[in-house]
Design a protein around this ligand. Structure first.
Ligand SMILES: [Zn+2]
Ligand SMILES: [Zn+2]
Length: 129
């Protein structure tokens, strides 16, 4: 998974549009909202660089693991031999560092399979307890 894909999945999981995030993040130098939207789009397409400042701004807008994000950035820069691969849900992008929380019980999700969390398998099986 690329850093941009990870951020896009986390944004989706938080129920936010690019417009929402553009309204939430502050940039320096301050960009207009249209520029900010284009900038977020470029980040999610892995065109724009993700500096620590950018990671911090995005982490304020929706839940991400900055540790996982950094792992993905390193992975992209140095290849899979150099970096420990983070375990990420392929559907929602959650990790053990920012698990999904059940809205009713507050219980964190677990791994249903190698790369899918229990809250995402639950979506496919609405009748399952
Ligand atoms: Zn998931
Ligand atoms: Zn999850």
């Amino acid at each position: 998974m690329t850093p941009g894909t990870y951020l896009a999945k986390r944004r989706h999981a938080a129920g936010l549009s690019i417009d929402d995030v553009a309204a939430l993040v502050s940039t320096s130098p301050r960009l207009g909202e249209i520029d900010r939207r284009a900038w977020i789009d470029r980040i999610e397409k892995d065109v724009a660089a993700i500096s620590p400042d950018v990671a911090a701004a995005l982490a304020d807008a929706f839940p991400i693991s900055r540790r996982v994000l950094q792992q993905l950035i390193d992975l992209r820069s140095y290849g899979s031999g150099a970096v420990e691969l983070p375990r990420i849900c392929l559907d929602c992008g959650c990790t053990e560092f920012d698990a999904c929380l059940d809205p009713l019980t507050g219980t964190a999700c677990a791994w249903a399979s190698e790369d899918l969390c229990t809250s995402c398998t639950g979506k496919d099986l609405p009748d399952a307890a």
